[in-house]
Design a protein around this ligand. Structure first.
Ligand code: SAM
Ligand code: DTB
Ligand code: SF4
Length: 370
C-alpha cells in the first residue's frame, strides 16, 4: 500500500489534524464570511494549484429499485419517483461510455449502482468494468453500496483507484434520513476500503433540513477518520419528486459555501468536490465554491439519474474563471512529495536571489503550483 497523504506532511506544513472538536468546527462555520473564505483560500494555495479542477464523469451502471430507504434518493424502491429501473449494464456498454468521457476530458470515471451491496453474481462483471476502464488510461471509481472485506480486496486487486461511500450527514441526524443501513455500517465499509489499499471518496449532502451542528458533525466525522478521504464530495440536495425530502426548505447558498470552506480547512490535502446540485446553482455561487477551496466536479449532462449542467456551459464557466482541468488527481505520494520539496527549494532560492524590494507573495504561489 502506498503512503497516505497524511504521511507526507513532514516539513511542508503543519501536521494534518484528526482530533477536531465539534465546537471548533462550529466556530469556523460561524466566522465572518470574508475571514472564512480568506483562510480557506490560503490553505488551498498551500496544497493545490488554485486554478486546477479535477474532472470526473459519472455513469449509473445499475439504476433504481434500490432496497435502501435514503430519503433523498430518486433510486430508492421505497418511493415512487417515476424513475425507470435498469439492470446491470453490459461491460462493453460501460467501456463505450468511459471512452466518451475520456474524449471530453475526464480524468476519472465513476460507476454507481443502486445496491445495498454488490452480490456475488454481479462481482465478476463489476471487476471486468474496473479492468476495462483502467486499461483506457482513466482513474476508476465505484460506488456500489456496502462492501465486505473480501469484496474490497477483489476491487483493489482489479485496480480500482477510489471507492465512494458517503457518510451523508452527522451521526445524530442520520437516523432521520436512512433507516436501512447504519452509520456504523458505513464506517465499516470505509475501513474495508482503506485496509484493502484503495483511496476513499466520502462526503455528504447539505440541504436535507439538517442544522449547522449537523454539518459540523459530518465534517468532524470525515476529518477525524484515521486518514482523510482523498476526495470529499459535498452534494447540495437535488429535491426529487416523490421522495420524503421533496419539499424541504431551500439551503442558503452562502451556508453551502461556508461548509465547503470549512471542509477545505479541515482536510487541506483532500480534493473537495462541488458535487450534486450545480444545475441549481448560479455561476457566481459555483465561482465562490471554487474560491472556498472546491477543486473537483462531475462533468457531463447527467449525474447518476439527475441532471448536471451542460458540458458547454461548464466549458464556458471554466474559461470565464480561468480554470483548467487537472491532468491527474495524484501522482504517487513519493513523486508528489518530491515535486513539492523541489518547488519549495526553488521558492526559497528565489526569495534569496530576488531584489529585497520585490513582492514576496510569489513564494506561496510557486509552492502551490507543485
Ligand atoms: N447506492 C450506493 C450507496 O448509496 O452507497 C451508491 C450510489 S448513491 C446514489 C451515492 C450518493 O449520491 C449518496 O450517498 C448521496 O450522497 C448522493 N445522492 C443521492 N441522491 C441525491 C440527491 N437527490 N441529491 C444529492 N445527492 C444525492
Ligand atoms: C456523490 O457524492 N455524488 C454523486 C456520486 N457521489 C456517486 C451522486 C449524486 C447523485 C445525484 C442524484 C442522481 O443523479 O440520481
Ligand atoms: Fe440506494 Fe444509494 Fe440511493 Fe441509498 S443513495 S437509495 S443506497 S442508490
Amino acid at each position: 500500500m502506498t503512503a497516505t497523504p497524511d504521511s507526507r506532511t513532514a516539513s511542508a506544513a503543519p501536521a494534518t489534524r484528526h482530533d477536531w472538536q465539534r465546537g471548533e468546527i462550529e466556530a469556523l462555520l460561524a466566522l465572518p464570511f470574508n475571514d472564512l473564505l480568506f483562510r480557506a483560500q490560503s490553505v488551498h494555495r498551500e496544497h493545490f494549484d488554485p486554478n486546477a479542477v479535477q474532472i470526473s464523469t459519472l455513469l449509473s451502471i445499475k439504476t433504481g429499485a434500490c432496497p435502501e430507504d435514503c430519503k433523498y434518493c430518486p433510486q430508492s424502491g421505497h418511493y415512487n419517483t417515476g424513475l425507470e429501473r435498469e439492470k446491470l449494464l453490459q461491460v462493453e456498454a460501460v467501456l463505450e461510455q468511459a471512452r466518451r468521457a475520456k474524449e471530453v476530458g475526464a480524468s476519472r470515471f465513476c460507476m454507481g449502482a443502486a445496491w445495498k451491496h454488490p452480490s456475488a453474481k454481479d462481482m465478476p462483471y463489476v471487476l471486468e468494468m474496473v479492468k476495462g476502464v483502467r486499461a483506457l488510461g482513466l482513474e476508476t471509481c465505484m460506488t456500489l453500496g456496502m462492501l465486505s472485506r473480501e469484496q474490497a480486496e477483489q476491487l483493489n486487486d482489479a485496480g480500482l483507484d477510489y471507492y465512494n461511500h458517503n457518510l451523508d450527514t452527522s451521526p445524530e441526524y442520520y437516523g432521520e434520513i436512512i433507516t436501512t443501513r447504519t452509520y456504523a455500517d458505513r464506517l465499516e465499509t470505509l475501513d474495508h476500503v482503506r485496509q484493502a489499499g484503495m483511496k476513499i471518496c466520502s462526503g455528504g449532502i447539505l440541504g436535507m433540513g439538517e442544522s449547522v451542528n449537523d454539518r459540523a458533525g459530518l465534517l468532524q466525522q470525515l476529518a477525524n477518520l484515521p486518514t482523510h478521504p482523498e476526495s470529499v464530495p459535498i452534494n447540495m440536495l437535488i429535491r426529487i419528486q416523490g421522495t420524503p425530502l421533496e419539499h424541504v426548505e431551500d439551503l442558503d447558498p452562502l451556508d453551502f459555501i461556508r461548509t465547503i470552506a470549512v471542509a477545505r480547512i479541515l482536510m487541506p490535502r483532500s480534493h473537495v468536490r462541488l458535487a450534486a446540485g450545480r444545475e441549481l446553482m448560479s455561476d457566481e455561487t459555483q465561482a465562490m465554491a471554487f474560491f472556498a477551496g472546491a477543486n473537483s466536479i462531475f462533468y457531463g449532462e447527467r449525474l447518476l439519474t439527475a441532471q448536471n449542467p451542460q458540458a458547454s456551459h461548464d466549458k464556458q464557466l471554466f474559461e470565464r474563471l480561468g480554470l483548467h482541468p487537472e491532468q491527474r488527481e495524484e501522482a504517487d505520494d513519493a513523486t508528489q512529495e518530491a515535486a513539492l520539496q523541489a518547488q519549495m527549494a526553488r521558492a526559497r532560492l528565489d526569495a534569496l536571489t530576488t531584489d529585497a524590494s520585490a513582492p514576496r507573495h510569489t513564494t506561496r504561489g510557486a509552492a502551490a503550483d507543485a
